[in-house]
Each structure stands twice: as C-alpha cells, then as structure tokens.
Design a protein around this ligand. Structure first.
Ligand SMILES: *Cc1c(COP(=O)(O)O)cnc(C)c1O
Length: 461
C-alpha cells in the first residue's frame, strides 16, 4: 500500500497568484491599518482567513450549475436538493436560505421569545447574535477539556451534559424553546462532538420535551472525526455516522459555505411539517419563495452535489492529511498550536508564541501581521481583538480567554507545496519572535471590531 496521501483531484482550471515583495507588503499592511480584513485579496499570496465560501468547486458542481432551473416556483433544482438533504440527514422538510445566518433568523424568530434560554456546546457568533436579537440568553456549556489547549482529548466539541441537566433543572424546561449543538465546535478549535455525547444530549432533551437542533456547518468533518477517534465507530461509513448524528434531532441549520463545498447558500432541515409551514411563510418576507430561498436554481444544484462530495471518504481523508501535514511541521519546530488539530483550521497559540507581548497588546494580531509581511499569508486573529471588549466609559479593555491565530484551510484550494510555504514562513517568524512588537488599537467600531478596527505597532522602546 502507498504511504503518500495525495489530493484526490487534479486541476482543470487555475487561478493565478500575484506575488508581492516584503517591502510592498509592509506598505500594503500599513495602508490597511494593520487589519488583514482591509487588504485586497489580490495582495494576498496564500489566503487562510477563513474556510467559509472559499471552496474550489468540482467539475461535477460546475456542470450541475448549467442544469440549474431558474423557475420562480417549483424549480426542479429545489426537488433535487431536497431529496439529497433528506437522504443524507433524514429530515423530510428542507428550506433553502441564502446563507447560514438567514436560517438562524427564520428559525429563531419562530421559536424564541424574550427571556428564553438556549444552551449549546458553544454558539457560533452569528447564532449567538441572532438569539440575543430575539431577547434570549445564549449559554455555552462546552466540555471542560475544551479549555486546555494541550489536552489531546478526542471530543473537545462535546457539550457538558451534567451542566446541561443542571441548567434545565434551575431554569426549567419551559424557558428552553430548544437546545443546540455546533458540530464541529468551531470556537473550540474545530473539535468534534462524539456520537455518544450527541445521543446522550438527545435523550436528555427528549426526557424534558425540549427540541434539539444541530448547527451542522461542518457535519461531514465531525462524522469523519468520529470514525477516526471513536473505536466503536471505525467500522461505520461516514454516511452511516451522519444518519446516526441526526436521527435524534428535530432538525438542523446548515451553512452550505463550509462542508457543503458551495460558495454561498444554506438550508434548514426539520421533521415537523407544521413548523415547516410557519417557516416557509416567514421565508417569503425576507428570503424568497420557499423553493429557492434567496438562491438561484444553479446554487441549489451546486449545494446538492457538494453534499454528496462532502461525505466522500477519500476527500475527508485528504482533508485530514492536509491539516496533519501542517501540524506535524509545526510540532517539529516547537511552534505552539491547539491540539489535536481539527480539519478546517489550525490554531496557533499566540500567547505562547509571543510570551513577551501581553494580551492587551494583541499578540495574535501582531503574529498575523508578521506572517503577512513575511510571506503574504493572511490568517485571522481569534483572541482579544475578536473577543475582547473596550468600555468607552471607563476606557478599560477586557481580554479574551485565549490568544489564537487561526490558519483556516479552504477546501480543495491549496496543495502540499502551498502548505510547505506556510510552514516555512511560520518557522521564519518563530525564529525571530523576540523582535516582534505588540499592537495598539487606534480606532474601533462599537461591535464586531475585528473587521474594521485600525491598529498600529507599538514602537520599540
Ligand atoms: C458559518 C457558520 C454559521 C453562519 O453561516 P453563514 O453562512 O456564514 O451565514 C453558523 N454556524 C456555524 C457553525 C458556522 O460555521
């Protein structure tokens, strides 16, 4: 048997990368006010900002696109997508939406009222924002192992079932319109929830008659990691594991921009027909008629093919090999990252990488900027810039629990030599880490500041 794992695809169309010099990148970064979201994509050599909507489509998806039925009502593309979603996830009712957060808004508006409590392992940021916009309290109950970046616990995406049960007892099942589980748990480093945890959650919720919805943007990667990490599931196919994940849930919300290999789109899939009717009535107001939900017929086709490709085990194996490949290179050089690596991203521990930079000087932002100057690589700070808060009245900053830099791995986009390049750049930056200085924020908006804040390096004293 061959030991070398290769990308299970070859290129048919290519997109050129524009190269820049180090001097040019210093200027571009200064002009972008040291915020990588403000760069033009053409000034980036390797773009690891996110894995969302950046997948390379397959020839199957491009050809399905031509089949897209653009009829306003009852297009055949909708029925094709519906059939594939129902076969894959097991839910009879499928409601397309233009992207994940639109599905959140529609479902939550139907089910949530002010004062409600909605627990999850960890809510995704738009999920939390949409729940809070409905007046609910979004509560995170991750398993305690998720907090320890050195722990190699295989299921750091689990929800803490003991805490969930206590929350149900103290707040009462009536205050919980439903509970959620994010798979994989993005905020915990793309870590999976185990099948046992998902089944345990389903059983507990059923006992209290609380509906269960899964936030399933990375369902295929979660299923693959279950197959790899749970000895009793190694004999099951990914497709079988996917069915077992959803069988005890009332429905799921899916952003098709992640595992479904689409550049835009999403859907709600549920069992309850009368709820589906209510959601479809609401959908018409903001998204569109229920057989297109704000998407074109060709988008529906692309998502349908993408779902089938997302659970292909050769593809998932390659995906894991890519993230392990980068992780092993970092390990050899002692570069600190969150273990064990997930599939959609690697998270560098910037607090350990740059111990001389305090959290209030944003070590993650400093590292992300340095990586751009070094090699034109765009990554994303996930630390006190993203999760810290500035109090305008007191002028005080609160910091995040962790200072991370996320290297997201867009699906089917980069090859092994690109990742060699990324690892070399990280090693170069690591070697001169003592010389890297912290950053300060010179202006920031009230909310979601990581997108629009302006920074400056703190001058060497
Ligand atoms: C991306 C994502 C969403 C939101 O989806 P969009 O398509 O970006 O609107 C919700 N939940 C999870 C877990 C996600 O990863």
């Amino acid at each position: 048997m061959m030991k070398t794992i290769i990308e299970p695809f070859r290129a048919k169309m290519v997109e050129s990368i524009c190269f820049t010099t180090r001097a040019e990148r210093k200027q571009l970064l200064c002009r972008a006010k040291y915020n990588l979201f403000q760069l033009r994509a053409q000034d980036v050599i390797i773009d690891l900002l996110t894995d969302s909507g950046m997948a390379a489509m397959s020839s199957q998806q491009w050809s399905a696109l031509m089949r897209g039925d653009e009829s306003y009502a009852g297009c055949s593309s909708f029925y094709r997508l519906g059939e594939i979603v129902t076969n894959t996830f097991g839910f009879p009712e499928v409601i397309p939406v233009h992207q994940g957060r639109a599905g959140e808004k529609i479902l939550f508006a139907a089910l949530v009222k002010p004062g409600d409590v909605v627990p999850s392992n960890t809510h995704f940021d738009t999920t939390r924002a949409n729940l809070e916009a409905c007046g609910a309290e979004a509560i995170d109950l991750p398993t305690p192992e998720a907090k320890d970046s050195n722990s190699s616990y295989p299921f750091k995406g689990n929800i803490d079932l003991g805490k969930l049960e206590r929350l149900i007892t103290t707040r009462g099942a009536k205050a919980m319109p439903f509970a959620m589980l994010t798979i994989t748990n993005n905020s915990a480093g793309g870590q999976p929830a185990s099948l046992a945890n998902i089944q345990g959650m389903s059983k507990l919720l059923r006992k209290h008659e609380i509906p269960f919805y899964i936030d399933a943007a990375r369902f295929a990667e979660n299923a693959w990691l279950i197959k790899q990490r749970a000895p009793d599931c190694s004999g099951l196919s990914v497709s079988e594991i996917v069915k077992k994940i959803f069988i005890g849930a009332n429905g799921c919300l899916v952003s098709a921009k992640k595992d479904c290999l689409a550049n835009i789109g999403g859907f709600i899939a549920i069992r309850d027909r009368s709820l589906a009717r209510r959601l479809k009535d609401a959908l018409v107001l903001t998204e569109g008629f229920p057989t297109y939900g704000g998407l074109s017929g060709r988008d529906l086709e692309v998502i349908a093919v993408g779902i089938e490709e997302s659970i292909n085990e050769d593809y998932l194996h390659y995906r894991q090999a890519s993230s392990m490949y980068v992780a092993e290179k970092l390990m050899v050089h002692g570069i600190p990252f969150v273990a064990p690596p997930g599939l959609h991203a690697l998270y560098i521990d910037a607090a350990k990488f740059l111990p001389h930079i305090p959290a209030l000087q944003f070590p993650g932002q400093a590292l992300a900027c340095e990586l751009y100057v070094e090699a034109g690589i765009r990554s994303c700070e996930v630390g006190s810039v993203m999760f810290g808060k500035y109090n305008r009245e007191t002028g005080k900053e609160t910091t995040a629990q962790k200072e991370l830099v996320r290297l997201a791995l867009p699906r089917r986009v980069y090859s092994q030599s690109h990742y060699d390049y990324v690892a070399e750049a990280l090693v170069n930056v690591y070697r001169r880490r003592e010389k890297i200085v912290g950053m300060k924020i010179v202006s920031q908006p009230q909310q979601l500041r990581h997108f629009n804040a302006f920074f400056e390096p703190i001058a060497d004293s």
